[in-house]
Design a protein around this ligand. Structure first.
Ligand SMILES: Cc1ncc(COP(=O)(O)O)c(C=O)c1O
Length: 397
């Protein structure tokens, strides 16, 4: 296990081996810690599944989820106690397409869709792609603790928002919503008959000791409508093979998803489907090993920042491998990712893409080797030496 996951460590020649955006967007002297791809080598079971499909020349079109539906259902019940009815499982090209296709059938004539920034940047575009209007109800933050603004959401629902696009767990702050919050959200969704589309792509990456709650069963108990969109693409590092799972949480949503155009399944990759099956059924140990490495890097980053960049406030994730960093203490302006890339040769995601709430922030990818993380912090500290002299700032737990 450890050998395979380490195989493409950046201390070896990862840049020569990979051709994805992470390794091609910036010059080789820039350390890439931006897009949500892991540096780890993929799980052997997934590699074998993909090679087997290629060897069999089994590279045609798909007609539906087939064996992926029961494989995902088994994973969901084992991992989270969520009982998924396989007949309520659909597939789409990826999570983004699953969201757009759900919006298309839910709101064929458009309508208002709420999102909670700072949030995964494409949420803004996905809503517009489905010819709907974005309504922002920002997350609340108090002493480094983030939460959904339930009062703000209720007001938006009462004023005609038809869909809420929930990020569960929430990218970029790594928030795993409390069950009580999700129950309250489900109560509001039922009261105002709002459909909640829950993007749960980071759910499998929940850290040890933290309980992740899939939204669908909570919604169903409250009589609310929900659709969960997820994939093995984030947890097992498979973004390029293109397959997501779209699950109806209740009878009305099941009827809605049954109206998906046949093309939605057909546009999903057969390689992605088999990679997802292998991930959910035989690569769970690999997932747990990847999470352990991310959690170790989270602790390491916290220590490195406290030591070398005390002016940076780190909002530590409880799921996923993305670190939300507040650079306002360093005086790097509204978009610190730009000076950090130009002066420290470290590429992070610009906080501004996540909404106005991301002003002064940047997002860093923790799914790398500890040495990569050490190098990134050292580069930033040496580019901004004065930042190492300020008073220590409390790092948010
Ligand atoms: C919350 C969230 N949703 C969706 C995606 C993209 O998923 P996909 O590539 O399956 O569209 C990401 C990628 O990082 C993400 O963080």
């Amino acid at each position: 296990m450890a050998d395979r996951i380490d195989e493409l460590d950046p201390t070896q020649d990862i840049r020569a081996a990979r051709t994805s955006i992470k390794w091609t967007r910036f010059a080789p002297d820039v350390l890439p810690l931006f897009v949500a791809e892991m540096d780890y080598g993929i799980a052997p079971a997934i590699e074998e599944a993909l090679i087997a499909r290629v060897r069999s020349s089994d590279l045609g079109y798909l007609d539906g989820p087939g064996p992926l539906a029961p494989a995902f259902a088994r994973f969901a019940v084992d991992r989270w106690g969520w009982d998924v009815a396989p007949e309520r499982v659909h597939i789409a090209t990826d999570v983004s397409v699953g969201i757009v296709e759900t919006l298309r059938v839910a709101l064929p004539d458009g309508g208002r869709v709420a999102i909670a920034p700072p949030v995964y940047p494409p949420f803004f575009e996905l809503v517009e792609e489905a010819r709907c209007q974005v309504e922002t109800i920002p997350l609340l933050e108090k002493w480094g603790v983030w939460s959904l603004d339930l009062a703000g959401l209720e007001q938006a629902f009462a004023q005609g928002v038809r869909v809420f696009l929930l990020c569960n767990p929430h990218n970029p702050v790594g928030l795993v919503h409390e069950p009580a919050t999700l129950r309250a959200l489900a109560g509001l969704a039922a009261k105002y008959d709002v459909l909640v589309i829950s993007d749960e792509i980071h759910g499998p990456l929940t850290h040890p000791g933290v309980v992740f709650s899939p939204f669908a069963p909570i919604a169903a108990s409250a009589g609310a409508r929900s659709v969960v969109v997820t994939s093995a693409s984030k947890g097992w590092n498979l973004a390029g093979v293109k397959c997501s799972v779209v699950v109806a949480g209740d009878g009305r949503s099941a009827a809605l998803l049954d109206t998906f155009n046949d093309e939605v399944a057909c546009r999903t990759s057969i390689l992605g489907l088999h990679a997802n099956i292998a991930a959910f059924s035989t690569a769970v140990d690999w997932l747990d090993e990847a999470i352990a490495r991310v959690v170790a890097n989270d602790r390491l980053l916290n220590a490195l920042l406290a030591e070398q960049l005390p002016g940076v406030v780190y909002h530590r994730p409880r799921a996923g491998y993305l670190a939300w960093l507040d650079f306002r203490g360093l005086g790097l302006g509204d978009d610190p990712a730009v000076p950090l890339r130009e002066n420290a040769y470290v590429a992070l995601n610009s906080g501004l893409g996540f909404g106005a709430e991301g002003r002064g922030f940047a997002r860093l990818n923790l799914a790398c080797s500890p040495d990569t993380l050490r190098e990134a912090v050292a580069r930033i500290a040496s580019a901004y030496p004065s930042s190492t002299q300020s008073e220590p700032v409390w790092h948010v737990a």
